[in-house]
Design a protein around this ligand. Sequence first.
Ligand SMILES: *Cc1c(COP(=O)(O)O)cnc(C)c1O
Length: 390
Amino acid sequence: MLRWLEEQKYSISTPEQLADKIDISGKELAQLQKVCSRFRMQITPYYLDLIDFDDPKDPLRKMAVPDIRELRFRKGELADPIGDTNEDLDNQPVKAITHRYEDRVLLYPTPECGGYCRYCFRRRLAGKEDFQLTKKQLDKALDYIEKHNEIHEVILTGGDPLMLIDEKVFAILDRLKAMEHVWTIRIHTRMPVWNPYRITDELAEGLKRFNPVWIVTHFNHPRELSDIAVEHIAKLVDNGIPVLNQGVLLKGVNDDIETQRELNWALVRARVKPYYMHHLDKAQGISHFRASIKRGMNILRELRGTIPGYCIPHFILDIPGGYGKIPMQYHYLNSNGNGGIIVETPFNELRKYEDGVDQKAGEARDLDEMKPLELYPEEIMEKIGGNGDS
Ligand SMILES: *Cc1c(COP(=O)(O)O)cnc(C)c1O
């Protein structure tokens, strides 16, 4: 049997199996049973080895081992936190497709994952039988893409599309490749984290045939970039497949500057471009992972200038309802309303700059006269309620 299939087969998926491997009390076992009856657990032997079970606060443990707090749903938390299924927006024309942006669609070929992240934003469907697609439903989803010429990119997501065997992955890609209006294919997968053995030579060489295929993976902590993970990612990159990373800002896992610096350096050293750092979505039972937007912005601000520019991901907020991703930018700009702006340098100094040709040198104003740069016309400011002081 292929190593990756063995890893899946011998995964820990019940509290009893976990209790066999590590020391847990009877109370902890009972709690695990409760959580697992609601949200699936699955930890590969490979990932289990990365966890330091001597440390109760081990960040990798937090991401993999269920916690009783997952059953504590908070007000404002939602089953579908980013509106994948918002009917008002008519985002889901057929089963297994979300079509929110005109030029690209999400396609969910399977709800299965290599492991189940404790902070998953699609936990309402991840690993659930009801979301399994039949061959007919998959064909219908592909027919939809075929009929819509405005779609230029198809993003395979899930679940984890690489839980499908090569044959099935390639069958989907074959159909997409035959559609002239589909220019790029993206595969969103956490297999390089849960089970790097999934990236076989056969897979990497097979994907190469469908170029341009972009892989977007999901590392959250530098220790997840083990030698084995790095070695398997290299198979993709050596076959000319670009790899990006999207992580999530997680309290107690990676919400500090040192961990983020190490993570993003480790990614770039593995030839993976940090793409997005997501703000935690408001999925049910994950509030113990929540770090604030302010914290995320401060991290980005500190990263700027202290690691190479291309090591820095965009910080992304996806508000409930399905309205799309919003990059959270640290405000570098302040203005005197006259083309004069103040910028904050990566070394925390405020400097003046005249936008355009400086006609009146020496007329720069005092710093305390400056106010936030107004980019929006007045009517927009009125619509959103003035200057945002409220
Ligand atoms: C995140 C997402 C995408 C991809 O967005 P990018 O910014 O291109 O990575 C596409 N469709 C939906 C519905 C999404 O949620």
